[in-house]
Design a protein around this ligand. Sequence first.
Ligand SMILES: NC(=O)c1ccc[n+]([C@@H]2O[C@H](COP(=O)([O-])OP(=O)(O)OC[C@H]3O[C@@H](n4cnc5c(N)ncnc54)[C@H](OP(=O)(O)O)[C@@H]3O)[C@@H](O)[C@H]2O)c1
Length: 293
Amino acid sequence: MIWLIGCGGMLGRELAGVFKNSGTAFCGTDREVDITNPGALGAFAEKLCAKTQVAWVVNCAAYTAVDKAEDDPETCRRLNVDGPGNIAALCAEVGAGFVHISTDYVFDGKGAIPYTEEDPPYPTGVYGITKRDGETAALHNNSRSYVIRSAWLYGQYGKNFVTTMLSLMNTRDSIKVVNDQQGSPTWARDLAGVIRAVTESREDTCPFGIYHYTDAGVITWYDFAREIYRQGRALGLVKKDCLVEPCTSAEYPSKAKRPAYSVLDKGKITKTLGITVPRWDESLREYLGTIAP
Ligand SMILES: NC(=O)c1ccc[n+]([C@@H]2O[C@H](COP(=O)([O-])OP(=O)(O)OC[C@H]3O[C@@H](n4cnc5c(N)ncnc54)[C@H](OP(=O)(O)O)[C@@H]3O)[C@@H](O)[C@H]2O)c1
């Protein structure tokens, strides 16, 4: 049995779907079992463990409002550091493996070659700092922990770049999109499949620790928007013409600084799991196909 925490979020809902479709036994919780409250986590675990053996706990719950975090560092820390720390400690107690999700924001984005798991994290904002500290807590409190870092997630559930772009393209004549931040758009369903594969792997061939996963290819947000427009128009998801223009981050100041270079090296996870990573534009096509009229 897998306990999926954060099952109401963008990734959590996608992962719940992947578990359902593959017949994987799981139990999902979200806000009703507060990860910042060890008592609430413990009480739920006791009930669950009385019925079945919990082999894995997967944590998709987090404080993900990157800009808001700058004004609310305490809440962000409780969720992103204490939360995974509490879950990992509980996993150690009940003998479960732990899969915790983290982010490219643990790096400052000043690099020019893909970040590996060996590169020292150097976050700059509250969100990134708390996610880094959450990784440390997850790995420290349970020796059987995986941390999977990803980036630029989109999908069917919740607000994300693709849903925002489709909505803007249907209501505006032109939009400007930043062209000076590089990364790899990643369909949440692809990441969900990898998380499931990790829970199915053998511990001797997939050692615990940190792994990077995104879809393949490196582009800017502007490139991504253009392809969303191109594919969206062909599929009838964008119903009118819209001019997509490039701009700089300086034209769109935000509270939290965005990493300029968010590219993660996926060599470790592809070798370990023997997987082929889909290209970002192919996954976008598959995703848009699932929501096209
Ligand atoms: N989104 C991205 O682009 C991205 C990129 C890289 C990595 N990640 C990481 O991927 C993971 C999943 O991200 P996501 O975008 O799917 O997040 P999300 O949509 O914000 O989902 C997080 C879920 O956690 C729930 N939650 C909030 N506080 C909680 C609490 N105290 N106890 C239990 N659950 C609580 C949220 O409920 P409410 O909605 O009610 O708050 C929500 O359902 C996170 O670890 C994130 O850091 C995301």
